[in-house]
Each structure stands twice: as structure tokens, then as C-alpha cells.
Design a protein around this ligand. Structure first.
Ligand code: PMP
Length: 415
């Protein structure tokens, strides 16, 4: 250890830490949250739409009636009463399960982390949509997994792309540990896998013995009618399903769950216990009361109606202001639109100019493990008013037009 000082940490880190990098979104937070910036970069649900007085009263009742219990340790798998209620919640989406098969976690994010710990060794292959959820990439990268992206279009994951990827892997003598997918109102793409493709993807997975991790945080935030039933509603075999209250109640509670086959569930309970002993008793009790004492379905409607209006504001502003050559998705739910810049433009290079014009977005590269996404950006519509969204898009359109001009000048095509 000669020459090593206690200030020198780099030589001491575990090898997995080297794959960990700050996400594009976190890096943006400080600038994007300045009041003069219209941030289309966020991802937060609009918690200001919650009935705070009613919630306050609910918490008061909780402390009066169950305070001591809620402030103690609890079973690692989570409270039975809450798991039962969450089964009723999933029933509404056609996902039928027994409370025994659920493991409660600190958000779906921890569910992903525990699955990575349970399934992934360094170098293992994970298949995922391209683009995919940045927080899942962070988990897979920390586990030193090899993420292979699969093509997507407006109808979600392309089954032929999955089939081809699996066939190629088999030819190499390799195997994907699982497919990670967000079939409904995908983050960041905003697209939804069609009914017909859901069936085909399940058939392909069955044929190749592929395990599927289905992440479904947005299914209930639908604007134009119910989405196709989740994969887990169609079959129990080979599906691990992740749920969360983040989008239907509040993200700050950090309450999610994993629905897994019994063998996997047992491993996950051990992983929860090793990681956090048990999920917060207080939060579990509050969540239970949200679903049993409050008009929670009405609340989900409040969120969905608000976001639908804001989605409409975003889409019509894009149509009104964006220059030729720009395209975007039309989400039927969720929180995000995925936009593609005209040829030759780079969303990351453009960002400083956008921030100068007081508008923020997330560049597309953050949603890929392989450097793709340079022409894309994610636009959020849950956190800003319709008027702000329109103003943000107006500013952004000016920046895009400026970059088109720059591109044409450098290509020698400009005046
Ligand atoms: N999966 C997806 C696709 C998400 O978008 C998010 C949150 N934005 C999560 C998981 C994590 O959710 P939670 O708040 O439950 O940890």
C-alpha cells in the first residue's frame, strides 16, 4: 500500500463501479430547474394534483390508529394486507395474482436492481427496446451486463427484431438472460405495443425459452381508452412483472412491487432483506390507506385527464411550430413524447443552445447503452402547464431552425 493515501479512492472501487455514470437526466437537473427555463426534461408526475388536505387527514388517522406498528420493522416481503390490495389493483388490468407472489420494493427501481442482482453476472446479455428507460440502463450497467437494443417503431417492439436477435445469439452459442420491456406508453418513446405484437412476442419468447421482465408503471395513465392487456395478463409463464404506485399515487413514496414465479420470488425476498431488511412500514400503511380509504380511481382519472390535455398541448405546439423534417410519437398515455430531429442535427450538441433559449429536454443518447439516439430527444408533458409547454416548444422550434441553418451553412448548401 506504499504511496496510497486515504484520499485516493479510485484504486479501491469495485470493478462494477466503473460502469456507473451520471445519467443525462440527473446531469440536467440543476440547469433545467431554473425558474426561467421551461423544462420538458422532467419525468415527475404532477403531485400538486393530489388532495393534500385529505392526505394529511389520512396520515393523521394512520398515526392515531397504527402509529407504533407503522414505525416498526416489518416482514421483508411486505405487508400481506397491502399485497392483497395491490392484487386487486392489478386485477383491473387483467393481471391476476396471489398476494403470496408479490414482493414489495422501494419503487420499481429497486425491483429492477434486485432482479439484476438475482440474474446478472458481468457480461450477461440483456435485451431491451432501443430506446429504453434510463434507470434500467443504470442498473444493468452497474451489474456490468451487456445491453443489446432491439428495434421499435410506432407499434412498439418489432417482433422480427427480437426473433433475429435471439437467432443470432443462439448461433454464437449465447443466450440472453432476459428481455426487459415496457410495452405500454413506453418511457421514453411513448409508444405502445399492439395486441397482435404482444401475442407474437410471447410466442417467440416461449419458443426460445426467453424470460421477460415486463415493466408497467404507466398502464393506468391512459388517455384514449384502455391499452392492450399486459403480457402478464396473457400468460404467467416466464414473466416477471414490475408495478409501482409512482404514477398512480406518488413517486416520493417509493413503493413498488415485483410479481414473480415462486422460485424467483423467494430469491427476491432474500435480496430485499439483504438490501433494506424490509420496505418502510409507514409508507406501506399510507399506501394501503390510499387504496382503501380514498377515491384512488378518481385520482388516477385526475392525473390522466390533466396529462391528456398537456399531451394535446405538446402535440399541437409541435405541429404548429416545428420546422419540416422533425417527427414525433403520439402517446396514448404516460408522460413522454419522443421526437426525432431533422437529418444531420444532434440533440446533445444542441442542448446548450436550447438552455440559452430557456427550454430543456433530455437528449436521446441517454436512453441507449450504445451511443445511439443522437437525433432524438425526450419531451415530458406531465410537469408544466399547457401554456408553458406551448411556449417551450416555440422556443425549441427556434433552436431547431437555427441548427438547420447551421447544418446547411456547413454543408455548403446555405446562402
Ligand atoms: N420503470 C420505468 C419505465 C420508469 O419510467 C420508472 C420511473 N420513471 C421506473 C421504472 C421507476 O419507478 P419507481 O418510481 O417505481 O422506482
Amino acid at each position: 500500500m506504499s504511496g496510497t493515501t486515504l484520499d485516493d479512492y479510485t484504486g479501491r472501487y469495485a470493478s462494477r463501479v466503473h460502469g456507473m455514470a451520471q445519467s443525462e437526466i440527473r446531469a440536467l437537473f440543476s440547469v433545467a430547474s431554473r425558474p426561467e427555463v421551461v423544462s420538458l426534461a422532467g419525468g415527475n408526475p404532477y403531485t400538486a394534483a393530489l388532495p393534500m388536505d385529505e392526505l394529511g387527514e389520512m396520515f393523521t388517522r394512520l398515526f392515531d390508529q397504527k402509529g407504533a406498528e407503522a414505525l416498526s420493522y416489518c416482514p421483508g416481503q411486505g405487508s400481506t394486507a397491502l399485497r392483497e390490495v395491490l392484487c386487486d389493483v392489478m386485477d383491473l388490468s387483467g393481471v391476476h395474482a396471489s398476494a403470496d407472489d408479490l414482493v414489495l420494493t422501494n419503487g420499481a427501481q429497486q425491483g429492477l436492481d434486485l432482479l439484476a442482482r438475482t440474474f446478472l453476472d458481468p457480461g450477461d446479455i440483456v435485451l431491451a427496446e432501443g430506446p429504453t428507460y434510463v434507470g434500467a440502463l443504470g442498473v444493468f450497467q452497474a451489474a456490468q451486463a451487456d445491453v443489446r437494443h432491439l428495434p421499435m417503431d410506432d407499434d412498439g417492439l418489432v417482433p422480427e427484431g427480437l426473433e433475429q436477435s435471439l437467432t443470432e445469439l443462439e448461433r454464437e452459442g449465447r443466450r440472453a438472460k432476459f428481455l426487459y420491456t415496457i410495452p405500454t406508453y413506453q418511457n421514453p418513446a411513448g409508444v405502445t405495443l399492439t395486441d397482435e405484437r404482444r401475442e407474437r412476442i410471447l410466442a417467440i419468447a416461449e419458443r426460445h425459452g426467453l424470460l421477460i421482465v415486463e415493466d408497467d408503471p404507466y398502464g393506468m395513465i391512459s388517455f384514449d381508452g384502455a391499452p392492450p392487456a399486459p403480457l402478464r395478463a396473457r400468460t404467467e409463464r416466464g414473466i416477471i412483472y414490475l408495478g409501482t404506485v409512482s404514477k398512480i399515487f406518488a413517486a416520493g413514496l417509493r413503493l413498488g412491487w415485483v410479481l414473480a414465479p415462486p422460485a424467483v420470488r423467494d430469491k427476491l425476498v432474500l435480496a430485499v432483506e439483504a438490501s433494506i431488511l424490509c420496505p418502510s412500514g409507514l409508507i406501506q400503511e399510507a399506501t394501503l390507506r390510499f387504496f382503501t380509504e380514498m377515491e384512488w380511481r378518481q385520482q388516477v382519472k385526475v392525473f390522466a385527464t390533466l396529462y391528456r390535455d398537456r399531451r394535446d398541448a405538446l402535440l399541437s405546439a409541435l405541429t404548429d411550430y416545428m420546422p419540416e423534417g422533425m417527427s414525433w410519437t403520439r402517446p396514448g398515455g404516460g408522460l413522454f413524447v419522443w421526437a426525432t430531429l431533422p437529418e444531420g442535427l444532434d440533440s446533445k450538441a444542441m442542448l446548450p443552445r436550447a438552455l440559452q433559449e430557456r427550454v430543456a429536454y433530455v437528449p436521446g443518447t441517454g436512453f441507449y447503452a450504445d451511443g445511439n439516439g443522437r437525433r432524438q430527444m425526450r419531451l415530458n408533458f406531465s410537469t408544466q402547464s399547457s401554456e408553458s409547454i406551448r411556449e417551450g416548444v416555440r422556443r425549441l422550434a427556434g433552436v431547431v431552425a437555427g441548427d438547420i441553418e447551421l447544418r446547411d451553412t456547413f454543408a455548403g448548401g446555405g446562402a
